[in-house]
Design a protein around this ligand. Sequence first.
Ligand code: ATP
Length: 235
Amino acid sequence: MLKIIDLTTGYGPVEVLHDVNLDFKDSRIVTVLGANGAGKSTLIKTISGILKPWKGSILFDGKDISRMSTSQIAKMGIVHVPEGRHIFPNLTVRENLLLGGYFRSDKENKETLDQVLKLFPALKERINQKGGNLSGGEQQMLAIARGLMAKPRLLLLDEPSLGLAPILVSEIFQTVKSLAQQEGVQVLLVEQNARKALDISDTGYVMVLGRIVLSGTSDELRENPEVRKLYLGGQ
Ligand code: ATP
């Protein structure tokens, strides 16, 4: 379970996150909403260890992971699926997937591959094709599926809906939801697509200029007039 306490960090001399607090409690899926530049990716990068905190702590199952290396954090079961897919275009779908489980045994990877392909049947059909030949939506699925090959306990998803057609966004979000429900994976979802993200989340946080300004259950946030005006198109 993830708990972030008074987290402050930034780039060079510039402070970007200011005293951020976030607590998963019993939530399966938690969304962080915020406009461009609010600091959502910075938050995810700090949890996965790419960026070090200046102040504060990040607890995972009660253990402070904030000073651990990225590989130690990955081995604890925290997997980061970055914004923009980053799949290997010249490798096949199978090769891309196996890279996600690089620190696990061949036997473990074979079992996990079968499970992951059940969740993403479109990838199964294209298992021997080059990653670069997949559509944008399929590449996003491949990026998430590759993250799952590491058997994460916590999946950090940075803008999985970016640049995708609405129908594909719904498909990806439904897969994320079933992952959380059936596989027991916890998911931290960072999104500009507020409506779809809140639909599958238990709780949410709103980030403005590196600060958490609001938090609550997804229902509470959906009903909140400010959230409706700023993130749900006033509906
Ligand atoms: P987006 O959805 O546009 O990615 P975001 O909420 O994820 O937005 P961040 O990418 O975390 O926002 O950026 C937060 C702030 O940090 C912005 O002002 C951005 O310019 C700055 N920033 C991000 N990456 C770097 C970097 N590598 N070096 C310096 N400043 C950065």
